[in-house]
Design a protein around this ligand. Structure first.
Ligand SMILES: NC(=O)c1ccc[n+]([C@@H]2O[C@H](COP(=O)([O-])OP(=O)(O)OC[C@H]3O[C@@H](n4cnc5c(N)ncnc54)[C@H](O)[C@@H]3O)[C@@H](O)[C@H]2O)c1
Length: 391
């Protein structure tokens, strides 16, 4: 484990949750004291303040990167050099250029590069993605994802050099990849329109943004991200299809509501702002946030020599979309997604599939009125005339 902070602990908590055969053997932290504390808390036989020593430890087969964004590239380089499989937290890079270097390094070294995008592994997400793939909501038209909270917990997030940006790079990476999964990873993201602003915090980066990602088939992905939201952590997804709809709420109001006068010292949930009043705790946070399914997929991929559901290539595509979002926020125009390495379909165009009523008509709408009357609105395929037909 490289890093001993917030996400390293979430990862350590979830690593053995499902398979129970994966063992943490060593931790790197630049502070020997924190490395020792982490090793003690999780029963690790080894710890060090030398990254190379941890990566090169012969007992280590797989390295998990849980360091600040600016350190991902160097850590991946060390893993590639040592020939160790590597699982990197999000965002993969601060930019598409950085992510591409990491992708090339793991591919050249012949090691697996797993992208730790936990929100694409939540139980609700996995099940809803299966429904989408089974055609239950028809053609996906719009996939929206929102992550907002009152701001991150460590200083480096607020330093643009270290983080690479604000809420877009930090939270947008989740939302973009969620939408991309629903829309289809083989569909090319083409262009981005993004609004971003610094509304509350005295920082150089944006603390609030909304973006639209247009895909080659004309489908829209939407992200809504903020470090200004008050009231905890809001994680919601919405997918609109030609035959149905999916709404997911992963964190607030998930069916567990509690009132407390504030007595006790209870941890409620990540980014919860209060421990009194009406509260929305989360049952098994590491599971509901996707960490356990994520590590199961990662380790099984290594064993089965297959790509994980979320790979370094996905991290690279996400970074390129984020780059376009930043360019758009500045230029106020739709900006192209610059993907030098596109591995998906190239035969997709913006098509229209209209519902046919019969050989002569398209069905525009079927309606039942409050008095029970039924009617159809039809369009003649040849003349273009729109007609009403009472049933
Ligand atoms: N849901 C998620 O997937 C999720 C959630 C939170 C954070 N993250 C990601 O995890 C990574 C770490 O974030 P965090 O929340 O754990 O932050 P954190 O500040 O709690 O921990 C960061 C770790 O990096 C180390 N570090 C920072 N600067 C360093 C330096 N100059 N040299 C050596 N070590 C240094 C810190 O000591 C600490 O161990 C980030 O890339 C972040 O985006 C992912």
């Amino acid at each position: 484990m490289l890093g001993s902070g917030f996400i390293a602990r979430f990862y350590a908590d979830s690593l053995a949750a499902q398979r129970r055969k994966d063992v943490l053997v060593s931790v790197y932290s630049r502070s020997m004291e924190r490395a020792e504390k982490f090793a003690k808390d999780y029963g690790l036989p080894h710890y060090s303040n030398s990254l190379a020593e941890v990566v090169e430890n012969p007992d280590v087969d797989v390295v998990v990167i849980a360091l600040s964004n600016d350190l991902h590239l160097g850590a991946v380089e060390a893993c590639a050099k040592a020939g160790k499989h590597v699982l990197c937290t999000k965002p993969l890079g601060r930019t598409g250029e950085e992510a591409k270097k990491m992708l090339e390094m793991v591919e050249k070294a012949g090691i697996m590069g797993g992208y730790l995008e936990d929100l694409c592994y939540t139980p609700k997400f996995l099940k809803s993605l299966n429904s989408v793939k089974a055609g239950s909501i028809g053609r996906v038209l719009w996939a929206k994802s929102r992550e907002t909270h009152p701001g991150p917990h460590s200083d480096w997030f607020w330093n643009m050099e270290q983080s690479g940006g604000g809420a877009i790079v930090d939270l947008g990476c989740h939302c973009i990849e969620i939408s991309r999964n629903f829309i289809g990873k083989d569909i090319k993201p083409v262009e981005v329109m993004c609004w971003a602003a610094t509304q509350v915090h005295p920082i150089a980066a944006e603390d609030h943004a909304i973006g639209l990602v247009k895909y080659a088939n004309g489908v829209i992905g939407q992200f809504e991200v903020s470090w200004c939201f008050r009231g905890g952590m809001d994680l919601r997804d919405e997918v609109m299809g030609s035959e149905g709809t999916i709404w997911l709420n992963n964190f607030l109001r998930t069916g567990f509501e509690m009132f407390s006068t504030g007595k006790g010292t209870n941890y409620v949930a990540e980014k919860a702002e209060s421990s009194s009043g009406w509260l929305f705790p989360v049952g098994d946070e590491v599971h509901e946030l996707g960490y356990s399914h994520m590590f199961t997929d990662m380790f099984e991929s290594i064993e089965q020599k297959r790509e994980p559901l979320e790979s370094f290539y996905d991290g690279y595509v996400v970074n390129c979309i984020i780059d376009a979002a930043y360019r758009s926020a500045k230029s106020r125009n739709w900006e192209p997604v610059q993907l030098d390495d596109w591995r998906g379909r190239t035969d997709v165009t913006e098509g229209h599939e209209f519902a046919s009523y019969d050989d002569q008509y398209y069905l525009i709408k079927e309606e039942i009125l409050p008095n029970g009357e039924k009617k159809l609105i039809l369009k003649d395929k040849t003349t273009g005339a729109v007609e009403r037909r009472d049933l």
